[in-house]
Design a protein around this ligand. Structure first.
Ligand code: G16
Length: 559
């Protein structure tokens, strides 16, 4: 009976969301993404998939976020979170693709039945499944939420919980906490941020602490959900004075349009909503779903230019801070002979500015590379006791292994005894502990990342300028090229080389050889219908020219 019911529900839901002819979805860098009005079939099927994933994992909560992140407001999409709060396991992506593109109800049913059999998913038994849902502020969000709910409810025993309008990282955090059996509501999330930020500030040495100007921070919310959430908690964040611009309120502007982390990182010009009066003030920028963070400072009133601190420099700041605390614990004449061995790993992508990689390597840190996409970087970072990863575009976080955290916990307990609790070693251990609670370990989170940056700047007594001057970025340029079929480009070596068409790599090599410190690569975007071109060289004029000439080759070959 139950099996019959299951078949009926799948056929039913598939016929309610037919795939328009000629439509093809592809599970890209971060899930499905397209014009919001066309997304309902893919989102409904993502609902089916998330429920199946939960059944497979013995009813553990799985997450769905309806968002197209940094894309224009008319786009929408869907990201799926696994029970640990990270991105959905990659070996399910081919099924996600096939399911999204199943041409008719029968094909969809057969696909699900076959997959369920292959994966040993106990569908039709007395299983349960739960899927947490969140969405950003896009106008198509509510309509797509309904499509996702219908998809989830097509699996017998599945239970959907709508968590409302959230940042992407909030939903990932909730999924992770729920499965750990710890507090997982939005107010718990806020409490964790506020409390651990306060603890970080309490551990700032007395002689540091910034002046009033240093406390001022302007945050560009990209007219998305991040600014809204920050407005909700900023009064409780003592020690910084936050002003939100592009907050998403009526009349402030359009989501991601001339604002947001992607805009400032790529264009390096002042956002909509900023004025000459902001010259010299520390500013941060989020993207539409608040999983990216970059910093900037309006550098001159007349030229509309900004000094940018991108994900690479946020990574460098975090790495310096964590290394310093480990050094205090392990060496530096500590009174108590206790150590905390830790393998610290740094993960970057080909977009990392060459100067950042050099800086990190000069510190003696282990730096490794993966292809673009949080799903790759996060996985790699988990291989270390402390893994720090960032993409230049501002996606990143710090992950601590359970084992490291439990050693840190016992060390802190030992050191908290009367003889040691005033020691530098104890304070360093407490700082690492507070940082591990402040940073969102499920996924990169602009809000928690921002608070960790602010706490570290105060700890170091650094201005924006001090931070910016950590090293000088090599001039770089990123371009987008529209081609007929971007999937005809295949890359290798963490996307630094094109393997197909091979003549393209030959052209890139030839062009690059004309420039001092030239470096260039191209790759198909997994979130937009474009090919991305990245170039670096010793001057801006040269980086621009290298990017332009390679873009021209791409156009000629594939345009
Ligand atoms: C997503 C991914 C990021 C990736 C970005 C751009 O970000 O989560 O890891 O860097 O897409 O990817 P691509 O170059 O393939 O378009 P978001 O902020 O758009 O969700």
């Amino acid at each position: 009976e139950q099996e019959k019911e299951q078949r009926r529900r799948l056929l039913d839901v598939a016929s309610r969301f037919p795939l328009p002819s000629g439509c093809r979805f592809s599970y890209g860098t971060a899930g499905f993404r397209a014009d919001g009005a066309t997304m309902a079939p893919a989102v409904c099927r993502a609902g089916i998939l998330a429920a199946l994933r939960s059944v497979k994992l013995a009813g553990a909560a799985v997450g769905i976020v309806i968002t197209a992140s940094h894309n224009p407001v008319g786009d929408n999409g869907v990201k799926i979170a696994d029970p640990d709060g990270g991105m959905m396991a990659q070996h399910w992506e081919p099924f996600a693709d096939a399911l999204a593109n199943a041409p008719d109800p029968d094909a969809l049913l057969q696909l699900v039945l076959q997959f369920v059999k292959d994966e040993g998913i106990p569908l039709g038994g007395h299983h349960t499944a739960q899927v947490l849902l969140g969405r950003d502020t896009r106008p198509t969000g509510e309509y797509l939420l309904d499509a996702a709910l219908q998809g989830i409810n097509a699996i017998v025993g599945a239970h959907a919980i709508d968590m409302g309008i959230l940042t992407t990282p909030q939903l990932h955090w909730m999924v992770r906490n729920k499965n750990k059996g710890i507090k997982a509501s939005e107010s718990d999330y806020f409490t964790q941020l506020i409390d651990s930020f306060r603890r970080m500030l309490e551990l700032v040495p007395k002689d540091k602490g910034g002046d009033e100007l240093a406390k001022k921070l302007i945050v560009d919310g990209a007219n998305g959900i991040g600014g809204v959430k920050l407005e909700q908690i900023k009064a409780e964040l003592s020690g910084i004075d936050i002003i939100v611009r592009n907050s998403g309120k009526e009349g402030e502007g359009i989501l991601n349009h001339m604002c947001g982390a992607d805009f400032v990182q790529k264009e390096r010009v002042t956002h909509h909503g900023f004025s000459p009066e902001d010259v010299g003030v520390r500013c941060a920028s989020l993207d539409g779903d608040a999983d990216r963070l970059v910093y900037f400072c309006v550098s001159s009133a007349s030229e509309n230019k900004v000094d940018l601190v991108d994900g690479d420099k946020i990574l460098s700041l975090f790495a310096l801070f964590i290394r310093e605390q480990l050094d205090i614990i392990n060496n530096s004449g500590s009174q108590v002979n206790k150590s905390l061995p830790a393998r610290l790993g740094i993960v970057q992508t080909a977009y990392a500015n060459g100067a950042s990689t050099q800086f990190l390597k000069n510190l003696g840190l282990e730096v490794v590379f993966t292809p673009t996409g949080v799903k790759y970087l996060h996985k790699k970072a988990l291989e270390y006791d402390i893994g720090i990863y960032f993409e230049a575009n501002g996606h990143g976080t710090v992950v601590f292994s359970e084992e490291f955290l439990s050693q840190l916990d016992s060390l802190s307990n030992e050191l908290s005894s009367e003889t040691a609790n005033g020691s530098a070693q104890y304070h360093a251990a407490m700082r690492l502990m507070a940082a591990s609670q402040l940073i969102n370990q499920a996924v990169g989170d602009a809000l928690s990342g921002l608070l960790l940056v602010e706490a570290i700047l105060q700890y170091k007594g650094w201005s924006f300028q001090n931070w910016c001057e950590l090293y000088s970025d090599l001039p770089s340029r990123q371009l987008k090229v529209k081609v007929i079929d971007r999937s005809s480009i295949v890359t290798t070596d963490s996307e630094t080389k094109v393997s197909q068409p091979s003549s393209l790599q030959e052209s890139i090599d030839k062009e690059t050889a004309n420039y001092t410190h030239g470096r260039c690569f191209v790759r198909p975007s997994g979130t937009e219908d474009v090919v991305r071109v990245y170039a670096e060289a010793s001057t801006q004029v040269e980086a621009d020219s290298l990017a332009r000439s390679v873009a021209h080759h791409v156009e000629q070959l594939l345009g």
